[in-house]
Ligand binder design. Structure first.
Ligand SMILES: [Zn+2]
Length: 185
């Protein structure tokens, strides 16, 4: 399975603890398989590579255990993650650099967050971006429930209004590539 950076898991853990407390956090861990649980119980370092499947199953399990199973909890974890990842100095930069520039660079950061997949910007228009990920054959189903809210939050942080991020094509659903379309005003 592909790997992702530890920073996402640390954000996820912090969000669950801050929002649902230790009891809620433990409830999610208890609902996971022993194999997944053992990965999460080891110390996680921000820059370390961690199994992407474990990370996604963790969020989906939290969504079922603490939410309604409608992905709302997964979305909130990733909005939180986007806010944390763009904290500090980036907050200042977000206000002075154009949204297009930020999104262009943020989207190009795929390699920093995932060890698999080839990223390309397909359309770059005023207030509309389309990008594609290929060469990620085992990308897990529902991975977009993680990526899309993150991108949407990023757009909002850049000052985008009426933001819309969709994932019309997905390798996990049988398409040749994963496609995201981002629009804002
Ligand atoms: Zn996809």
């Amino acid at each position: 399975m592909a790997k992702t950076k530890g920073v996402g898991l640390i954000n996820c853990r912090n969000y669950l603890l801050e929002t649902y407390g230790q009891a809620g956090y433990d409830q999610v861990l208890a609902a996971l398989s022993p194999e997944d649980r053992s990965v999460l119980q080891k110390p996680i370092v921000t820059a370390a590579w961690v199994d992407y499947g474990v990370y996604l199953r963790w969020m989906l399990t939290a969504d079922k255990a603490l939410g309604k199973g409608d992905f709302a909890v997964v979305h909130e974890i990733n909005r939180y993650s986007a806010r944390k990842d763009t904290g500090g100095i980036y907050k200042f930069l977000l206000r002075i650099i154009s949204t297009e520039t930020i999104i262009s660079n943020a989207a190009g950061a795929w390699r920093q967050f995932y060890d698999t997949g080839k990223f390309a910007v397909v359309v770059k228009e005023h207030h509309r971006f389309v990008f594609e990920v290929t060469e990620f054959p085992d990308i897990p189903l529902h991975h977009d429930q993680e990526n899309s809210p993150y991108l949407d939050e990023l757009l909002r942080l850049c000052g985008g209004r009426n933001t819309k991020v969709t994932h019309p094509k997905c390798i996990a659903r049988g398409d040749a590539s994963c496609i995201w379309e981002m629009k804002w005003e």
